[in-house]
Design a protein around this ligand. Structure first.
Ligand code: SF4
Length: 289
């Protein structure tokens, strides 16, 4: 179900230096996401989204941004895509991401987008324009196996399409890379998968990969994830319960070895383990575990 809602504000300030993406502001144009990833953190109860598959469209977002952007003294990077995919199917109709990017061109703001969708190609010309300041598009790729992705990310374009989109964007001169997060314990946390992601990232022209060697699980998200584990990976829920109980941070049992494998693969393929920011950020890139 798609519903239109009115937001009160659009840009939230990111407290402290953001070691992963170098963000100053965060922006969510939608609530809910139809990509349906089984591991999605945005389902956590703390975000108070009643039905995550309902898409709430912030219909006054562009009017709010027209007021908020000129009032910001610091032109830091605006991030979008951490709570929902800004290029999920509803964006075809509502074009909030596109219109907000046009405003960023007008007001000279850098941008960082996280997505899994090739719909971003629609906005390549605008992104090239923002790139004169700074634009980065980061695709989440946690497996190169399209069949497995169809189970764990059922509503999103397959990884093969994401990698092709990286190639197109990269050729167009847009700074593009990958978030390899989360790596799902006992599902995608294999050495072969990590090596393959790095190799395919390099082949597609990605400039960086931001890794996490495990996942985080919170109340609300946990119930949904475990229900999907029962449906698609019988017996795995028990393994999670035994290994992690009610813990928030759930590192892969192999996280130290995987990190070593990852760094060696990045070195071999001359790909950056972490992205370059618009503004220098003193804090080192954090690892979750
Ligand atoms: S694309 Fe991102 S926000 Fe959307 S369901 Fe998947 S993990 Fe959640």
């Amino acid at each position: 179900m798609i519903k239109e809602i009115k937001a009160k504000t659009m840009l939230s300030h990111v407290p402290g230096p953001d070691g992963w993406f170098g963000l100053k502001y965060n922006m969510n144009l939608y609530r809910g996401c139809s990509h349906g990833c089984i591991y999605c953190d945005s389902r956590s109860s703390c975000y108070r989204i009643e039905n995550f598959s309902d898409i709430l469209v912030k219909i006054n977002a562009i009017d709010l941004l027209k007021k908020e952007l000129p009032s910001k003294r610091v032109k830091g990077t605006i991030g979008t895509g951490s709570m929902n995919d800004p290029y999920q199917p509803a964006e075809k109709q509502f074009q909030l991401t596109k219109k907000s990017l046009e405003l960023m061109v007008k007001h000279g703001f850098p941008v960082h987008i996280i997505t899994k969708s090739d719909l971003v190609l629609r906005d390549v010309d605008i992104l090239r324009e923002i790139s004169k300041t700074y634009a980065a598009v980061t695709f989440t790729v946690i497996t190169t196996d399209d069949k497995l992705a169809g189970i764990i990310e059922p509503g999103a374009p397959p990884p093969s399409k994401r990698l092709k989109t990286i190639e197109t964007l990269s050729r167009a001169g847009v700074y593009t890379g990958i978030t390899m997060m989360p790596l799902l314990p006992f599902i995608t946390d294999t050495e072969e998968n990590v090596k393959d992601i790095v190799r395919r990232a390099k082949d597609s022209g990605a400039k960086y990969i931001i890794p996490v060697f495990g996942m985080s699980i919170r109340t609300g998200q946990r119930e949904y994830y475990y229900q999907k584990l029962d449906e698609h990976f019988p017996g795995l829920k028990t393994k999670y319960e035994k290994n992690y109980g009610m813990r928030y941070q759930c590192p892969s049992p192999d996280h130290a070895r995987l990190e070593k494998v990852f760094l060696e693969a990045c070195d071999k393929n001359a790909i950056r383990p972490g992205m370059e920011f618009f503004t220098p950020c003193k804090k080192e890139q954090p690892t979750l575990f």
